[in-house]
Unconditional design. Structure first.
Length: 201
């Protein structure tokens, strides 16, 4: 027997989908509790209500740990796209009637977060002065995870060390990081004058 169409989706369902998205990304209710700042029973109630609304099981909990069902994985992907489109719609409409507004999602590695050459604090200060209605959201992520989120429109900007170019991502150079290669005593290049050391050595 086929499920009935779910019908219109309102603000209440959007809230439940946001909670479900966080639970899925945190891989469990316990971790999501701290991020959402709501109790675990409340999270459980929201997920149960969403499952009843969609008439399908979204996640499994038990001794084997937390996991999404096949349907839950599809709903998660569609939720990400839906929330991203809502955010884009809100930003586009806000930009029509005044100064830029919405949320700008930025991710970077932990080493770059404190690197003074990024001038992150100055950039935030200057940007906030120009676009005070835009909310900046920062996350620290692994490099490959940031690339995936850029491609899936889950974040807007990623600040990463350059290592390759991926089709579909636009790159801008921020600064150059110089690296040095050293060798110890006993190495063939150790006693060689610096001027005589070449790439071919």
């Amino acid at each position: 027997m086929k499920n009935k169409p779910i019908g219109p989706i309102g603000d209440h369902e959007i809230k439940q989908l946001k909670i479900f998205k966080t639970v899925a990304e945190c891989e469990g209710f316990a971790a999501a509790e701290a991020k959402l700042n709501i109790s675990r029973p409340s999270i459980s109630n929201h997920i149960a209500a969403l499952e009843a609304r969609l008439n399908m099981k979204l996640c499994k909990r038990g001794r084997g740990g937390f996991s999404l069902t096949d349907e839950g994985a599809i709903v998660y992907e569609q939720t990400c796209q839906l929330l991203n489109q809502i955010s884009k719609f809100r930003s586009a409409v806000n930009n029509l009637v005044g100064s830029p507004a919405g949320t700008l999602k930025i991710a970077l590695t932990d080493s770059l977060a404190t690197d003074q050459r990024c001038q992150l604090a100055d950039i935030i200060r200057q940007f906030s002065a120009v676009a005070p209605s835009v909310k900046l959201h920062f996350d620290v992520e692994e490099m490959t995870e940031m690339e995936n989120k850029i491609l899936n429109n889950q974040i807007d900007i990623a600040i990463i060390p350059y290592h390759r170019k991926i089709y579909g991502i636009e790159y801008f150079h921020l600064f150059t990081d110089r690296h040095y290669l050293y060798c110890g005593e006993g190495h063939a290049l150790f006693d060689l004058p610096e001027k005589e050391i070449t790439r071919e050595n």
